[in-house]
Design a protein around this ligand. Structure first.
Ligand code: ADE
Ligand code: ZN
Length: 340
């Protein structure tokens, strides 16, 4: 099973580039930029990655991002992640970035996006990996601030596919960003948002009804409301679920209690993702492997998850079909005749 998962062609749809910042690279970039970080060793950083909730994690996550200063830093960060995609048979990835985490510290939007885009281009030409960008607004900041970020993004509009919403969920409902999402949609961005990670099902309702999102990041708490589940299915909206993240941030007590199988059984379109792999103990394949073991998922389930990852990507139809055909061939060859 492990080998089957490792070789399975797949896409990642929920990934924060700042959350891929491995301690080794953090030290390297901190030294290069002569920035002090409050840790003496890689081990000390890793030991600090014990979280009791989302906010606990976000405090450390923003601290780590402080060392990123130059275009080269953003290139190195992004290319390092894309190399890992290559090693894991991740064919396509939809990368979130948080401009405000950097512009708030005086790093120009242009520095951030140019570094990321150069890495995307290099990964496409050297590794054959496709990727697109989701520009996420920080929900603990104001809608006015999000509007400023949206304006700044316009120079790079052809590099960005979606707008997203992340950071501290409780107390910052989707409705807070109603106007900026309406404007972003008018400009041609596809709307997605984190909802139902720590916030209740009401937040998921707001995200689909008010922000009119096309994909839900997390969405675990949608299960609190059967009408909402039916509505999500009816509108054919997928959930980007993050098992190791949910376990690390105590969204679930342990992986055995994770609702992913229940979601599949209800008919929800679920995908598996790593969220912030440097912080939560595993890349994408580890998420597939650990959730398979915890819930005793079949090869067919793993195939369905990978299929959803391509189907609910925002790729053009031609590329999507190309990846789906590759996945189909792999599945037929490796286990279509058995059910487990
Ligand atoms: N930013 C990075 N990871 C996040 C998560 N899991 N939830 C909300 N904001 C985030
Ligand atoms: Zn996330």
């Amino acid at each position: 099973m492990k080998r089957f998962i490792e070789n399975l062609p797949k896409a990642e749809l929920h990934l924060h580039i700042e959350g891929t910042f491995e301690p080794e690279l953090m030290f390297k970039i901190a030294n290069r930029n002569s920035i002090e970080i409050p840790f003496k060793s890689v081990k000390e950083i890793k030991d600090a990655y014990q979280f009791s909730c989302l906010q606990d994690f976000l405090n450390i996550y923003y601290q780590g991002a402080n060392v990123l200063q130059t275009e080269e830093d953003f290139f190195d960060l992004t290319y390092s992640y894309l190399t890992k995609c290559n090693e894991q048979n991740v064919r396509h990835t939809e990368i979130m970035f948080d401009p405000q985490t950097h512009t708030k510290r005086g790093i120009p939007f242009q520095t951030v996006i140019n570094g990321i885009v150069k890495a995307q281009e290099q990964a496409k030409s050297k590794l054959g990996i496709t990727s697109l960008l989701i520009m996420s607004f920080l929900r603990h900041l104001s809608e006015e601030d999000a509007f400023k970020t949206l304006e700044e993004s316009l120079l790079y509009k052809n590099k960005i596919t979606c707008v997203g919403l992340d950071s501290s969920e409780r107390g910052n409902p989707p409705s807070k960003f109603k106007n900026v999402y309406a404007k972003a949609v008018e400009l041609g961005y596809i709307p997605v948002a984190h909802a139902g990670e720590e916030g209740d099902s009401d937040y998921v309702w707001e995200a689909i009804d008010i922000l009119k999102i096309k994909r839900i990041d997390h969405g675990n708490n949608a299960l609190q409301d059967t009408n909402l589940v039916q509505e999500i299915i009816k509108r054919d909206i997928a959930l980007t679920v993050c098992p190791l993240s949910n376990s690390a941030l105590k969204v679930v007590e342990n992986l055995e209690e994770h609702p992913l199988k229940e979601m599949l059984n209800l008919g929800l379109k679920v995908t598996v993702n790593s969220d912030d792999p440097a912080f939560f103990g595993g890349q994408l394949n580890k998420n597939y492997i650990e959730i398979q073991k915890a819930l005793n998922l079949s090869k067919k389930d793993m195939y369905t998850l990978a299929k959803n990852s391509f189907q609910f990507s925002f790729l053009d139809e031609y590329t999507k079909q190309k990846y789906l055909t590759e996945l189909e061939t792999y599945y037929q060859k490796n286990c279509a005749t058995t059910t487990s």
